[in-house]
Write a new protein. Sequence first.
Length: 394
Amino acid sequence: MRDLVKFAWEKVPFYRRHYETAGFSPEQLRIPTDLEKIPTTHKALFQQADLKNLIARDFDTSRLVKKRTSGSSGSPLNVYYTPEDRIYRTLMHLRILFHNGMGWRDRMAHISDSRHATEDRYSFQKLGFLPKDFIYAADPAEKQLTDLAKINPDVIYSYASSMSLLAAEIERQGQSLIHPRLIFTTGELLSPDERECINRVFKVKLRDIYGVVEMGDVAWQCPALDGYHLNADSFWVEIDAGGRPAQPGEAGRLVITNLHSRAMPFIRYEVGDVLSVAENVPCPCGCTFPRIKVLQGRADDWLHGADGHKISPLIFVIASIPGVQQYRMIQRSYEHLLVEILPGSDFGPDTLTKVQEHVLEVMGPGLHVEVKRVGVISKEASGKMRRVISEIEP
């Protein structure tokens, strides 16, 4: 942690300016409690800064991996990391899968938000290890199940909402042609009823993975299903209960540092999700990483197609369309959906058209999609900005 802070001070203009403004310097870090002196950061600060000030000197953005946050608050952020970091993230992910019983030859179906998922494969995948196929999450549940039956996966990795919809469709049909041994969910929190339905339909005990795009997989459920293990060798995690560390069982907001990223460091980054620290008792699974409880994740309203079927907000990639700085979707009926777009620096004459085409592709026919450029997207009284608002009764 001390090395990372010193690196950011010397190599990243954003942090040098941020720390100097707060009267902080790396020399102040002597004992662990000094870490609380480091000024926190949050997404808005990164969005307001020039990219050249966020990337560490000696790193060329053209050689970095670029990802874009989903914009859970309606406002996305471009994240850059090195190809080596990509491998590191993959290894963290594989550790979770292997600890939960996945094998090298197990075939995985990844239910993705992109119709044209990456064709990139690691060399070991080309040799038949960890084979993976992609399913488009915006397709109707019936088509997804047909495609899954062709793959016959041992493992499914999916948005939680997608698995919930598939389980409901299987119950409607009365039978399942797929029998995965393991199911991993991510993205949203499942309600107890949704989790029970998925487990009942597929005859599994699904494992949830808590991830943050800026960081990777932060915490995960093990076979014991008692809290989420933190990847404590990769992140410095704090749970802030009003300016002090939360006690076991006490709720607080997540503040996290990515210890393995240098190209675009995230140090004491306020994510905003509400968590609590689990009691410090050994886990039956044998993993000694500390555990947390995820109390309040990123939950949005469901959208609905013209025929009434439910659509998860996580399927949309509006945040990745050039020219979109921030967006909000408002659905007041099955016939009409309004998409508000706050333009970004690369906004162009075709930005709104591309947004409309993408939304129509996901939502399906029979719905009028109105895309509107706005000067501001208002927040709720709580100060939060909801990305999706649905006024349709569940």
